[in-house]
Design a protein around this ligand. Sequence first.
Ligand SMILES: NC(=O)c1ccc[n+]([C@@H]2O[C@H](COP(=O)([O-])OP(=O)(O)OC[C@H]3O[C@@H](n4cnc5c(N)ncnc54)[C@H](OP(=O)(O)O)[C@@H]3O)[C@@H](O)[C@H]2O)c1
Length: 256
Amino acid sequence: MKIGIITGASSGIGKEFVIQVSQKETLDEIWVIARRKERLEELRTLIQTPLRILALDLTKQESIEEVQALLQKESPDLRILVNASGFAKFGTYRDLSLEEVNGMIDLNCKAAVDLTQISLPYMGHGARILEICSAAGFQPLPGINVYAATKAFLISYTRALRWELIGRGITATAVCPQWVKTEFMAVGQDTQNGKTVNHFLRLAANPKHVVACALFDNAIGLPIAAFGPFGLFHLACAKFIPHFIIIAAWELLRRV
Ligand SMILES: NC(=O)c1ccc[n+]([C@@H]2O[C@H](COP(=O)([O-])OP(=O)(O)OC[C@H]3O[C@@H](n4cnc5c(N)ncnc54)[C@H](OP(=O)(O)O)[C@@H]3O)[C@@H](O)[C@H]2O)c1
């Protein structure tokens, strides 16, 4: 049985991945994961590929174990894994609770790595992994410090994993968009001080475009998917300009 696994499928980027993967890949099933079951059920009306609904909170270890047990039971040919479950909480260290900070680390880092780890035994030659990271991970970012750090972790993890997988013919890509129009900002700003970041919210990209580019970049084997001229410019700046200069510029920009 050929399958795909897509997390964060109830909204935004993950939901768009479900739609585009179902159009582009011949799969017997897509396993869709997020907490909101009714949102996952709604996907059935949008695509033809059969769905397996897994309404799970991926910050819980038992959810990872449930997916692992299902993989062991079905022993599928896993063709594509997209880890899109993730969230930010905007604010400085003063504004965020321990629960918010740990939630970001548990979901954006631990759950993504755990799911990748339990998926790899079921992936063969030509299989694809897309870890949804963020351009926020290109450098440290005060005001969304922990979120940016989780994404830096995931970028680093994905880039090294890509090399570890070369012999198996599996392509892993760190997908690094800037702002995208989804529920992300509403979730991010719902904190004690969600106004630590203002300006870029007006420049958000369409998830359709982001997902199409990400699938293309992964298909041609790119380690990092950055989007459009501004995304590439940002990636180049983060690589060649000292981070303290970029952080200083960000400190001005985020208040505008
Ligand atoms: N939008 C942006 O500007 C942007 C930019 C760069 C990177 N990203 C990254 O893109 C990814 C997708 O975000 P999005 O923009 O599509 O935001 P979104 O619309 O808020 O979607 C987030 C998804 O994560 C799921 N999720 C949240 N907590 C979860 C949990 N505990 N267990 C399982 N699933 C959980 C949500 O589903 P439930 O609530 O139903 O669980 C939802 O499906 C994230 O990793 C985000 O960091 C977003």
